[in-house]
Design a binder for this molecule. Structure first.
Ligand code: MLT
Length: 406
């Protein structure tokens, strides 16, 4: 008899953003004339930059000629892209990362979900609370969660590190030593950041205890503050304890194109084994590489023109973030994030739960956000808005919220 992986049955409901999409679609099905503004899922709205489009066209043409056609990509990604990555994302920042430590993929979400596979199923996992649900769910699927405690809205074996207004939404070192520690800075969902000296403290802790940090840097392009590192490898000895994940989605608009990369340093040894070798083995077995044309598009992001274009793309979203933050705080909301991140984290008014506020905004203002409780128990009573909408929709959404709530 076929048995299923029972760990999947421990997952709570559907994936957060699928639940929201279902609710919103039902609502707009019943109210077809109402204009709904979606500031829920962190999906970009501006088109791909011109240099990326140009690179895509050129690469498509190459694929039509026998001399320039490409089949399977190299396991870890094309050299042209990995060289551009290490030069721009690491060497320029003084980080000593080499091309064979970079693994190109079809996006950070897959890497976030898959990276846990190279660790023992008995490994203990620490996550921020609230947290991007993929870190938790992928570990539950692998059997690391223990039981779901309904009353407490959490899994018994996951170590939750509360990120609250009291600690400025920044995680503190846990009481119990975890094997794997997921950190995300700039943070999804709270929009908070981990400052240089705090991140160094995490690195020192992981090196001392033998833990591994999975550092999600998907939002690094939004950092404006000088004392916030763009990469964990800016910290001393981070290559001995950290894996870093990057995305082209939020900085260059690749949410629909799909491209990302993981850095697994060769100095990262656990259980006597090189994690770089292990990830290389896993990657080459289960993955045949991001498409050639998409890797060429990724390379174009690092050209001088591409860099200029993505800077203006990120600036545009940051202006949205400032508009949301300023106007909601003027209207009396308690708001954080949005200065080094494209997410605004707000306290729900009138002691509403996150889902109550979600329903309230949808019904009265026609605005969709993400309920904080969907990111973990300490997200209850909070709500996330993204800055990835168009300027027009962002302003209209904020004005509508202020009108119904201000
Ligand atoms: C989010 O809304 O949290 C993001 O879109 C998640 C993601 O990038 O997968």
């Amino acid at each position: 008899m076929v048995r299923i992986n029972k760990n999947f049955q421990k997952l709570q409901g559907s994936y957060l953003f699928s639940t929201i999409a279902k609710k919103v679609n039902e609502y707009s099905g019943k109210n077809p004339d109402k204009k709904i503004i979606r500031l829920g899922i962190g999906d970009v709205t501006l088109p791909l930059p011109p240099s990326v489009i140009k690179a895509l066209h050129t690469a498509v043409d190459e694929m039509s000629e026998p001399q320039s056609f490409r089949g399977y990509a190299p396991d870890r990604g094309y050299g042209f892209l990995r060289e551009a990555i290490i030069e721009n994302d690491f060497r320029k920042r003084g980080c000593e990362i080499e091309a064979d430590e970079v693994f190109v993929s079809d996006g950070a979400k897959c890497d976030c979900g898959n990276i846990q596979e190279i660790f023992d199923t008995g490994s203990t996992v620490a996550v921020c609370d609230p947290v991007y649900p993929v870190y938790v769910d992928s570990n539950i699927m692998a059997g690391r969660g223990g039981e779901f405690l309904k009353e407490e809205d959490r899994y018994s074996d996951i170590i939750y590190m509360p990120c609250t207004a009291e600690n400025d939404f920044s995680p503190e070192l846990p009481d119990k030593v975890p094997d794997l520690i997921y950190l995300c800075s700039p943070n999804n969902p709270t929009g908070s950041v981990i400052k240089r000296q705090d991140l160094q403290r995490w690195v020192d802790y992981a090196n001392e205890k033998g833990s591994v940090i999975i550092f999600d840097a998907a939002y690094e392009a939004y950092i404006r503050s000088d004392d916030v590192p763009h990469s964990i490898y800016e910290c001393k000895d981070a290559s001995k304890c950290a894996i870093e994940l990057h995305s082209f989605s939020k900085n260059a608009g690749f949410t629909g194109l799909r491209l990302g990369y993981a850095v697994v340093p060769k100095a990262l040894i656990r259980d006597g084994v090189s994690l770089n070798d292990l990830w290389a083995r896993r990657h080459s077995t289960k993955y045949n590489g991001a498409p050639y044309i998409v890797q060429r598009a990724g390379e174009a992001v690092y050209s001088a023109e591409g860099q200029k274009e993505i800077r203006s793309l990120v600036d545009y979203y940051m202006e949205n973030a400032a508009y949301i933050k300023d106007n909601l705080s003027k209207a009396g909301f308690s708001v954080s994030g949005g200065t080094d991140a494209p997410y605004i984290w707000l306290k729900t008014p009138d002691d509403m739960t996150s889902w109550e506020f979600f329903d309230h905004l949808l019904l009265t203002a026609g605005v969709v956000g993400t309920p904080g409780s969907g990111f973990g128990p300490h997200g209850e009573g909070y709500f996330r808005l993204t800055a990835f909408g168009s300027r027009e929709n962002t302003k209209e959404a904020v004005d509508r919220i202020v009108k119904v709530q201000g």
